[in-house]
Design a protein around this ligand. Structure first.
Ligand SMILES: [Zn+2]
Length: 265
């Protein structure tokens, strides 16, 4: 008797409907939003590696957008906008996506001991992944009072869309010196602007060009208030730190693994 035959599409369907890895819940390091991360297909990793090989930064960013749109959802299962995420969150999702797509211990990282030069391959562990969430500096709530408390601004990190807007502004205005470009970046950190009247805060919605003009008219003291806030923010985000002992001499070894290198493995 002939066995029933199965087609390529049956085979693909069977594979696609099998959940090999569970979705992982991840708390974003900046916004604290909960994101569900799925596991990734070989072909999408291949696409990404191609851009990395070409060292095309813009294409790498676009590819990260695609990966996030395809494999990350908010807590209600709705798609998320990768352009609303700050750089550290995008890196975080890239690492979590890679970590949730295969058994990490099969990935090894070569490491040379700083004491005896012995080279050893260490299998990766999820323990190496450390996430520090963003914190406002001590004494700050993210808002800064300006113009003798008559204006209040909410400061924030630049997301991918902000960075695109800033890049376009700098290009169109043909800005070349560091001071001018810094002002544009600082202007983009003004997330919300309010006029304080009696006890009411009235929001003012400004475009990037208007924010630049606004900040250029600050007195130095107000500009310094904003700079000081950003200087005081501690590093946050995801880090992959290989922490082991050398097999040969017992020296404690530690190495920060680059996010892209981790993803490519
Ligand atoms: Zn050693």
């Amino acid at each position: 008797m002939d066995k029933p035959s199965m087609s390529f599409s049956d085979l693909k369907k069977l594979y696609a409907t099998t959940k090999i890895f569970q979705d992982k819940k991840v708390e974003l390091c900046y916004s604290n939003d909960i994101i569900q991360v799925k596991s990734m297909k070989v072909k999408d990793k291949k696409e990404f590696l191609k851009c990395v090989e070409l060292k095309d930064d813009e294409q790498i960013e676009k590819n990260i957008d695609v990966l996030i749109e395809k494999y990350c959802m908010d807590k209600n299962g709705e798609p998320i906008n990768p352009k609303k995420l700050v750089e550290n969150e995008r890196q975080q999702l890239l690492v979590e996506l890679r970590a949730n797509s295969s058994d990490l211990s099969t990935v090894t990282i070569p490491h040379q001991c700083i004491k005896c030069q012995h080279i050893q391959e260490f299998p990766l562990k999820t323990d190496y992944i450390v996430v520090n969430n963003f914190k406002n500096p001590e004494g700050y709530d993210g808002f800064i009072d300006l113009a003798k408390d008559r204006i209040k601004v909410k400061l924030g990190q630049l997301n991918r869309q902000d960075n695109i807007d800033v890049g376009e502004y700098i290009k169109n205005a043909k800005l070349t010196n560091d001071h001018d470009t810094k002002i544009v970046f600082l202007a983009a950190t003004l997330k919300e602007i309010y006029i304080q009247e009696d006890d009411v805060s009235i929001p003012v919605d400004l475009k990037i060009a208007e924010k630049v003009a606004f900040i250029e008219n600050f007195n130095l003291n107000d500009l310094e208030k904003i700079e000081t806030y950003f200087e005081k923010i501690e590093d946050y985000g995801i880090k992959i730190v290989l922490k082991e002992k050398c097999q040969k001499c017992g020296e404690d070894t530690q190495e920060d693994i680059n996010v892209i290198r981790f993803f490519m493995n």
